[in-house]
Design a protein around this ligand. Structure first.
Ligand SMILES: CC(C)(COP(=O)(O)OP(=O)(O)OC[C@H]1O[C@@H](n2cnc3c(N)ncnc32)[C@H](O)[C@@H]1OP(=O)(O)O)[C@@H](O)C(=O)NCCC(=O)NCCS
Length: 256
């Protein structure tokens, strides 16, 4: 973030930002409440709260992912076939209802397990040592947003794998009770400015099909959806669990 920058104005939400020596201070005047937050670089004492905000932000997608999986035609067909064949063979409703209930519970547990495994791996991997993985690496950074002295949001940037001209925006998460105040928009702006200042062409990021709030945010920030793909894992293919790649060109226009 260039320190000479002053008075960036986010028209729609009336967010005014002033760059200070240690961070970006924003005042967001919403319809009902007024909130003030500051964006600053991560410090070691933020470690635990950063991990908590990330874990909470990811784990809230478990119920929506479960519902998404249930809506897939293949899954519905499998459940229907099991129900009908058990009904035909047992001539009783109890067994098929029990079997389908158990399958639903098993699916819910599997979805939860996959998310928890991802969260655990991330906490041990890059979030295990944020200083080493983000602050001490070239063209990488980790920021937090602070409101009333509390860390309420996180975000990181790293060089994108396989795309030399891009930085990747990662680990964006805002505490539930601080959402809708423009914090994520301010963080996206910080990422765009950081990327531009470092001479990169674009910010890229990956978001899953169930993260609809994040998709709306990125589209609002003029990111373009450039690709969608499935992980090579069988479970992703069976459930159509798409990942979207978004891209924001920062050299031709800035996020607003
Ligand atoms: C996605 C997320 C970061 C948004 O944070 P936020 O601070 O509430 O976002 P903002 O207040 O800055 O909102 C910015 C814009 O995003 C869109 N948006 C965000 N949440 C929305 C929602 N629930 N419904 C509709 N639009 C939404 C809107 O366009 C909004 O702008 P507007 O209010 O002027 O219309 C937050 O919901 C979150 O942390 N989710 C869980 C973690 C996650 O999924 N992270 C994304 C990783 S890729």
């Amino acid at each position: 973030m260039s320190s000479e920058l002053e008075g960036i104005r986010f028209e729609k939400r009336q967010v005014f930002c002033l760059v200070r020596t240690r961070g970006l201070c924003c005042t967001s005047e919403g319809a009902s409440a007024m909130s003030c937050f500051k964006v600053r670089r991560y410090q070691d004492e933020d470690k635990e709260v950063v991990k908590e905000i990330f874990a909470l932000g990811m784990s809230e997608h478990v119920p929506t992912s479960f519902m998404y999986v249930l809506k897939q035609p293949l899954i519905q067909m499998v459940l229907m076939c099991i129900f009908c064949s058990l009904l035909a063979s047992s001539k009783s409703f109890l067994l098929p209802v029990l079997a389908v209930t158990l399958l639903l519970a098993g699916t819910r547990q599997t979805v939860s397990y996959l998310f928890m495994s991802y969260i655990d791996a991330s906490l041990k991997d890059d979030l295990g040592c944020i200083k080493k993985n983000y602050l001490e690496k070239k063209d990488s950074c980790f920021w937090v947003a602070e409101s009333e002295g509390q860390v309420v949001a996180t975000m990181a940037c790293v060089p994108a794998k396989g795309q030399e001209e891009c930085l990747e925006l990662k680990r964006l998460s805002v505490r539930r009770n601080h959402r809708g105040k423009g914090i994520a928009k301010a963080l996206c702006k910080v990422a765009a400015d950081f990327t531009r200042d470092r001479g990169y062409q674009a910010v890229v990021l990956y978001v899953s099909v169930v993260q609809t709030d994040a998709q709306k945010l990125y589209e609002h920030m003029r990111f373009r959806k450039i690709r969608q793909f499935l992980f090579p894992k069988l479970i992703s293919k069976l459930t159509n669990f798409y990942i979207f790649e978004y891209r924001l060109e920062v050299q031709e226009s800035s996020a607003s």
